[in-house]
Write a protein that binds this ligand. Sequence first.
Ligand code: ADP
Ligand code: MG
Length: 176
Amino acid sequence: MWTFITNDAEQTRQLAVQLAALLEAGDLILLNGTLGAGKTTFTQGLGVGLDIEGRVTSPTFIISRVHQGKSAESPSLVHVDAYRIDGLDDLETLDLDSSLEESVTVVEWGEGKVEALSPSRLEIGFEVPSYDEIPQSEQEDEPRRITIEAFGQAWQDRQNQLESLCRGWSGGKSNV
Ligand code: ADP
Ligand code: MG
């Protein structure tokens, strides 16, 4: 498990931009953490790093949104908000299986719901330190503790890259 501290929303986006450089089609990423912790903000950075069409916004009412990659080689980003999903049936309606191979699939609130989609995945946790998990205000910049856990063979081969991402992280843009 790798731990990162970000001091504001921009640093959270920059961390995601750096992580995006390691991603490939077929990757599944679960984003876990309370409302306002920074899951969508992080996904915006993934979108920038993956160079996708359109802007990433909160998909809460749409549940799932597909952003095509701008170039033919770049994977699309499938951005899912699983907050309202509680059964396997609901999940199957989204048909994430069929897009998984050619996309980077990012699922907010995915814990306990979408793990079965792939044995290889990243689980990224967002914590608001020292505020008892409740962000002070949705807009105000505050620190977040972001943890990345990697599972499965697909990440076995990328352990070193995650390691150097963590070593090089000093917050913000300095090492982009
Ligand atoms: P979630 O998707 O987890 O519900 P959002 O990303 O939509 O959360 O909202 C996070 C909010 O917290 C944004 O308004 C953002 O500006 C604010 N914020 C403050 N500090 C940070 C930080 N360090 N990282 C991410 N977001 C932060
Ligand atoms: Mg969100």
